[in-house]
Each structure stands twice: as C-alpha cells, then as structure tokens.
Design a protein around this ligand. Sequence first.
Ligand SMILES: Cc1cc2nc3c(=O)[nH]c(=O)nc-3n(C[C@H](O)[C@H](O)[C@H](O)COP(=O)(O)OP(=O)(O)OC[C@H]3O[C@@H](n4cnc5c(N)ncnc54)[C@H](O)[C@@H]3O)c2cc1C
Length: 408
Amino acid sequence: LEGEKIFISGGDSDLAENVIHLVLARTPGSPKGTKGLSLFMVPKFLFDAEGQLGERNGAKVVGIEEKMGIHGSATCTLALGSDRPCRGWMVGAEHQGIEIMFMMMNEARIGVGAQGVGVAAASYQFALAYSHQRLQGSSPDQLRNPDAPRMPIVIHPDVRRMLMTQKVLAETMRSLLYRLGHRHDLMENFPERAEVDNMVIDLLVPVLKAHCTDMGFEASVLGIQVLGGYGYIGEYPVEQLARDAKIASIYEGTNGIQALDLLGRKMRIKGGAYFMQWMQEAGQLLAAGKEAGFAAEAGALEKSVQQLAASAMHLGGLGAQGKMEAALLQAYPFLQQFGTVQLGLEALDQAIVAQRVIADRGATPHLQSKRLNLAFYVANLLPRATSLGKGLTQGDTSCLDPLLFAAP
Ligand SMILES: Cc1cc2nc3c(=O)[nH]c(=O)nc-3n(C[C@H](O)[C@H](O)[C@H](O)COP(=O)(O)OP(=O)(O)OC[C@H]3O[C@@H](n4cnc5c(N)ncnc54)[C@H](O)[C@@H]3O)c2cc1C
C-alpha cells in the first residue's frame, strides 16, 4: 500500500510487540467513492504463520498532531510505503471495505457516546466537591448582613441549577447508554427478538453518539462555570475535561454526519419502521409513567413525543417534495430534538424504577433524587425540544441564500 493517513488515534506505541492497522484503501482501477474501497490488515512488523515477528513493514508514524485536548491519546500521521514497501492483507472481499468497517461502527459510536457520558459525570463530581469547599457569599436570607458568615457556594440557587443540569444530563445519558448496551446483549442472546432490538439500536446510535457528546460538552462547560475563576485554570481538572470532551462531537463521524444518518437513512428504512417501533415503546413507557403516579411529567413527555413525530412528518414531506436542501438543513435540529425527548424518557424510566426500588428496599437520597431529576428535566430541559420542533417547522431557509458566505 502507498499513501498517507492523518489523524490516526494510537497510530503507534510500544505497549504491545506489534501494532495491526486496519486500513481502507483502493486497489488499482477501483471505482471512485466508498464503493471502491477495500479493507487491509497492515502490521507494523511482518510475521509468519506461527506468529513469529519478522522485519519492519513500511507503515510508520511521520508526525504527531498537536491537539486541543486528549493529550493521553497520540494522534498520528501514518505514512505507508514511504521509505520501504508496505504490505497489507485484504480482509474480506475486494470492494467490501466499507461494509466490513460498518460492522464495528455501531460499537465505536456507542463508545464515543460513552465518552460524552463519562466527561459529564466526571465534571459533575469535581464541581460538586468544589461547591462544598469554596466559601463565597452569604445565605439568601442574610443578603443585607455584612457580618453574615461566608457560605459554601453549593447553597446558592444558581450554583444548584448548574449542578442539577450536570447531574440530570449525566444520569439520563448514562441510562440511554446502558439501554443500548442492554438491548445489544438481548439482541445477541435472544434471536427471536433480535430484529426489534436491532431496529431500536440502529435508530438510537446516532442519537446517542451526537446528543450525548454535545450534552457531555455542555455539562463539562457548566463544570468550569461552577468553579468560577478556578474552573478556567489548570489547577483543577474541569477545563481539561471540556477540552477533552470536544473531540467526541467530531471523530467517529461528526455530529452533523450522525444527523444525516438519522434523518436520511435510519428514519427512512422500511418506510419508517424503526421510528414506529420507537414510538410504540415510548408509548408503553409513558403509560407506565402515568400508572406510577408521574402523570404530569408523562403528559409533558407525551406531547414532546408527538411533536417529534410531527417534525419527522414535516421533514419527510420536504423530502417527498424534492426539497432536499431544506430537509438537510433541519437534520441536526431534528437530532437534537430527538435526543432531548429521549433523555426525558430516560428520566421517566429512572424515576419509575427508583420508586419501585424504594418500595422494596427503602429510600436513599440517590433513589429519591430520580423523582427530582424527572421534575427538573421536564421543566427546564424538555422545553428545548419544543423550541427545536417549532424552529424546524418554520421553513426558514435564509442561510441557504446564495447571497451569503462568499469566499472572503
Ligand atoms: C483527535 C482525532 C483522532 C482521530 N482518530 C481517528 C482514527 O483513529 N481513525 C480514523 O480513521 N480517523 C480518525 N480521526 C478522523 C476523524 O474521524 C475525522 O476528522 C472526522 O470524521 C471528521 O472528518 P474531517 O476531519 O474530514 O472533517 P470534514 O469532513 O472536512 O468536516 C468539516 C465540517 O463539514 C461538515 N460536513 C462534511 N461533510 C458534510 C456533508 N456531506 N453534509 C453536511 N456536513 C458535512 C462536518 O460535519 C464538519 O462540520 C481522528 C480525528 C481527530 C481530530
């Protein structure tokens, strides 16, 4: 193989005696586009049938990218065949490369979604700890008393709002992550339900990848805000978390590409069958929520599910009329709307489960907080979905006007 690959995570290391790259490349005379790609196994060291390592292969790192964050992960420029021949072994059949790569795509995207969840949870933990240590301001009922004792910032309503946003995002995203992991396990172990599980996983993977990485970044930025000045400097780890979090919305397919996958592919497969299945399951959860005594929250969520369906119908209509640009313009807001509704459903599910566990084993603050999570989410975060739905059905295409964005 000959050529160069940029942005290769962990492109080389001495942690293992050999490094095997999976490389997409084109055989001579192959068609253009992704359909012409084949997949190759390219080892750093060649080896024989017994696995005995031999001479160095011509795949080598020629540079390391300087990045905004994730400094623990070396991002490399890899040269193939630059100073000696680089040998690769084809995996699967010729031109089957993209198809095979897609087999690991879902898992990789779920993994990147997990990075968003992890960063949100870590930032919340640091912010929570700091909010108990930092003394600033007095309690709200002592505002006019200059001699009032300085209080830990955790008592201030605005700090509590930020902590709660972080907590609710981290916990609802974790719930979505585990939901997909659980459905994956069920799919693999119970063939009779595999088709249905696969539909839901396929539909929700771009939502998890994009929405949880965006919300992970939002939560990490809130962590900086909770710490004030100390949030912005390197003595505390929250600024690093924000820098580390940003890449997750970019690699493994940018979030914009995830939105295209959701709207352009997943929503259209089998005439919208995946979304219909999702709607049906959402309906079951909402009914369970009403039965469990969360009628007001379930009612608000039900409305947001209906609004999401209306957005889907609207965008499907644009596609049917051939207004592709107008539909693509709204792909991302649609994914955000979907993610916002989905996390609300996670909050409801967690509240139902917590209520059951409390009845069985007694209350703990952690379990009781799930009811508060739900109330907070529905009142403060769910309205974002309504606003997104309103925006995307307005039909505004001003940013598509050719008048705009001439080359500077
Ligand atoms: C730290 C790091 C590690 C990485 N590790 C790896 C790795 O190990 N292996 C690997 O193969 N790759 C890796 N990558 C590459 C990474 O997956 C890509 O950078 C990423 O998918 C975005 O592609 P791009 O950089 O070509 O951006 P572009 O495709 O140039 O995108 C630029 C902008 O245009 C938008 N855009 C592009 N096309 C469209 C379209 N058709 N419709 C709408 N919007 C569009 C994008 O959403 C984005 O906002 C890594 C990158 C980084 C920064």
